[in-house]
Write a protein that binds this ligand. Structure first.
Ligand code: HEC
Length: 121
């Protein structure tokens, strides 16, 4: 039996185990699982909306606040740590406006910064 030899059985293997009449259910399940994967990939965007970061920022356009693509620490190997800490503490830098501290978790802040740094100009 193929399935007993594998840690993760292949699709065909599962389908043969389940039989033809249940394979639509399996397909629906597979579709659901990939939908969950997609939602996971969007998590930083969900966070940016949840924390209302976009009321002051945009990805690629400076509003009252710098555009994310222009992040000062872009290219710095320490960027994730530095910028995530800055988001949690708030930013009082050179600009005319200041950024309030964010009360979200450090993990959220890191995910957000990874997203910001991944933006392409
Ligand atoms: C009330 C408006 C406001 C909100 C809300 C806000 N920011 Fe800011 N942010 C600013 C301002 C203003 C600056 C520039 C501060 C300065 O230069 O003194 C800034 C700077 C930054 C920077 C630094 C850019 C750089 O060059 O390093 C990052 C990153 C950033 N914000 C991310 C976020 C994230 C993530 C959130 C949501 C958790 C957020 N901001 C919410 C106003 C805001």
């Amino acid at each position: 039996m193929c399935c007993q030899e594998r840690v993760t059985p292949s699709d065909e293997c599962l389908a043969s185990l389940l039989g033809d009449e249940v394979s639509p259910i399996f397909l629906a399940l597979a579709a659901m699982m990939s939908a969950v994967g997609a939602a996971h990939a969007q998590a930083p965007l969900v966070l940016l909306q949840q924390y209302r970061c976009y009321s002051c920022h945009a990805d690629d356009e400076a509003k009252t606040s710098p555009a994310y693509v222009d992040d000062t620490y872009r290219g710095d190997p320490q960027a994730v740590g530095i910028v995530a800490a800055a988001i949690s503490k708030g930013i009082h830098d050179t600009g005319p406006w200041h950024m309030p501290p964010n009360r979200g978790s450090d993990i959220d802040a890191k995910k957000i910064v990874e997203y910001i740094l991944s933006l392409k100009k």
